[in-house]
Design a protein around this ligand. Structure first.
Ligand code: ILE
Length: 382
């Protein structure tokens, strides 16, 4: 800003014509999939951010300064995630970036934030390796590595399954990582695999794989998929008379499954997550009520995690002196984040240091334990 303009602005603030808070807005980037298949998750995520930011601003903001969200649609595509990260970081000059929605996009876009020494905070990325990108990469989404062993052991204990068939998407960072972690958990828990089948993004007909699976007569199907393919897989499995439990990863953990696989096709789907709509803790009840009032629908795990993430960043910002010098402020926010603890919609939260591939300290993962639930008639039951 020109110094003349600066002086004029200062005079207008002093005269009470321009509110002082405007001069110190805190700009946060939100890069999520708001169109395309991954918008099933991205819209919920954006809603969670908006709800939390509105609440924080209504309660006085951050030491009197208002949070302003700069929201961009990265369309669930890694090239778009890269473009949007560049726009937010270099053109909009945001303090930090939330997102992107898919691990597949995070693996491509987070290195941009890391190189620019700007925090990239994922609220839905659950694949291995995301936080190994570097020390500016954070997430509060619990990883497949942390969730899937508990999901498998719970289904084993409750259904007595003896073997499983495996079905996974082999061209997506998250579905592939889910597969790797399922495979490891099955080996660790000595559960034999009857067959392993794959599919690709955009496939619509899964009957060949499901018929093969049916031929091996498994006690359950382990499924690492995003909703766009996972929902039709459930519909087609039930059509073929495959009514065994389906054990899903994070991609299958959305209330959208009840609309996308209607008429009971979504029954008997097992998933693990730290968040449940049934959890009656006061922080969660407050979140669910506020979400319903604002968006006229029920929240899901993705909204709960983004809502909590905004409060986690707000706690860090309260301990950060914003100077107006962007590189300094971006670094100060990064340094304030690791020690934040917060009890929100997903319960008690803290970060856990992650390492890079060489075993050196890198970014931060979520340190939370999952609860396993199963779908029954349009609900998750614990
Ligand atoms: N957890 C997955 C991922 O990391 C999806 C996110 C479901 C929306 O890509």
């Amino acid at each position: 800003m020109q110094s003349k303009t600066k002086k004029l602005l200062a005079a207008l603030i002093a005269a009470g014509i321009v509110p002082a808070a405007h001069a110190a807005d805190i700009k946060l980037g939100v890069a999520e999939a708001l169109s395309g298949g991954a918008a099933q998750y991205g819209v919920s995520i954006r809603n969670g951010f908006q709800l939390a930011a509105d609440e924080i601003n209504a309660a006085g903001g951050i030491n009197g300064n208002k949070l302003v969200l700069v929201v961009e649609d990265e369309q669930g595509k890694k090239e778009e995630a890269i473009n949007v990260f560049k726009k937010l970081i270099f053109k909009d000059n945001v303090l930090m970036v939330f997102g992107p929605t898919l691990s597949n996009s995070a693996q491509a876009a987070d290195p941009i934030a890391q190189a620019a020494k700007t925090v990239a905070f994922g609220t839905s990325n659950t694949a291995d390796g995301i936080t190994s990108i570097g020390n500016y990469v954070f997430r509060n989404s619990v990883t497949e590595a942390d969730v899937l062993p508990a999901t498998i052991s719970t289904v084993k204990a409750k259904t007595g399954l003896k073997n499983v068939a495996v079905l996974y998407g082999n061209d997506d960072v998250f579905t592939k990582s889910g597969y790797d972690n399922f495979k490891k958990a099955l080996e660790d828990q000595k559960i034999p695999v009857t067959t392993t089948e794959t599919f690709a993004k955009g496939d619509v007909d899964f009957k060949a794989q499901l018929t093969k699976i049916k031929g091996t007569n498994p006690d359950a199907i382990v499924l690492s998929a995003l909703l766009a393919e996972g929902a039709p897989i459930m519909v087609q499995a039930r059509q073929l008379g495959l009514n065994v439990p389906v054990i899903g990863g994070n991609g299958m953990n959305s209330v959208k499954i009840f609309d996308l696989a209607p008429g009971g096709a979504s029954n008997n789907l097992w998933i693990g997550s730290p968040w449940s709509i049934e959890n009656k803790a006061p922080e969660n009840v407050k979140f669910i009520d506020a979400y319903k009032a604002k968006f006229n629908g029920s929240p899901d795990q993705f909204a709960a995690q983004s809502y909590d993430a905004m409060y986690i960043v707000a706690q860090a910002l309260k301990n950060t002196k914003i100077t107006g010098e962007l590189p300094k402020d971006r670094a100060a926010l990064r340094d304030a984040l690791p020690s934040v603890t917060w009890t929100g919609a997903t319960g008690a939260f803290k970060f856990r240091q992650a390492n890079d591939r060489a075993g050196k300290p890198a970014g931060y993962d979520a340190d939370q334990a999952p609860i396993v639930s199963v779908t029954k008639d349009g609900k998750y039951v614990i």
